[in-house]
Design a binder for this molecule. Sequence first.
Ligand SMILES: Nc1ncnc2c1ncn2[C@@H]1O[C@H](COP(=O)(O)OP(=O)(O)O)[C@@H](O)[C@H]1O
Ligand SMILES: [Mg+2]
Length: 341
Amino acid sequence: MIRIEHLKKEYENVTPLVDVNAEIHDGDVISVIGPSGTGKSTLLRCINRLEKPTSGRIWIGEDEITDPKCDISRIRQRMGMVFQSFNLFGHLTVIENIMLAPVTLKGVDRQKAYDRGMELLKMVGLAEKAMNYPDELSGGQKQRIAIARTLAMDPEIILFDEPTSALDPTMVGEVQAVIMDLAGTGKTMMIVTHEMSFARAISNRVFYMDEGGIYEDGSAEQVFSHPRGVNTRRFIRHLKVLELNIESRNFDFLGMAGQIDTYCYRNHIAHALCSRIQLLFEETVERLLLPALEIPRIQAVCEYSEERKRAVWTFRYGGPRLDVTEQGDRLLCGKNRQDLV
Ligand SMILES: Nc1ncnc2c1ncn2[C@@H]1O[C@H](COP(=O)(O)OP(=O)(O)O)[C@@H](O)[C@H]1O
Ligand SMILES: [Mg+2]
């Protein structure tokens, strides 16, 4: 089990991890998702101590790896990490790459290391490449070798940092299939990935990282189908967001119309939908909200879904709730919800 308490990691200019807390159980397969720069790699690198956390504590089983007295090299043998770039030794054959760590770090007998290496190569479907050099392999094959090399140390935990993102799209599937097989073996795994359907298929848990920590932690089904947090929902559904704030009656209406235009243009929103987005903003603000509010403080958020080609406006203000579908007479842009979005 891995336990993380109040983990913080500061760099000179940025603090990607402000307060991370988690309990990871044996056999958990966790997909770590989130926008880039939210500290996904940093989290993995803190867990295997490639990075020294600024503060907070991490336990792997009974061992506190953030304790200065902890023997990190021993702990690292219990964890494997697979990176985006495969880092195979070019001057060693495939089987030598796989045998290297068990022989040198664990003192495993060469014959045993060889036999186990061949077994692992079979498992990743590359036994016939044992005597080849990495240069002679495709990217997908190299990554499968890198996974076999990690498994050769028999780690309890495997951390994957975007294992398929450096690959040609045609090779993503073969590597994902190997990782998928591994997930079925009961190993504890954490996988940073941008491939949402893969994440959904492989993991029992998903961490959505944002705002300095694990913003949402839930089952794959929950996070992907019923995300709780605003940011999670926007990320999962690829929503393009525009936020406009109105703070007085004399707000810069033309300026905002311009911002909406730019937003539509940048997100390749069809002209007809763009006009409806403009019209709904204008009418809701001018006809419904401004006349009704004493102090006009309105936050207007437009969320556009590329997949569904739909946009939704949400208006927050201090005042009674309005159902725009009941305001049809006062809105030119339509009476039913279909026309409003
Ligand atoms: N060694 C480093 N030194 C300084 N800043 C770093 C270092 N590693 C990562 N960062 C910064 O920390 C933030 C989080 O990085 P990272 O963990 O790689 O994010 P992610 O994997 O989610 O894209 C980024 O802003 C990145 O620039
Ligand atoms: Mg990263």
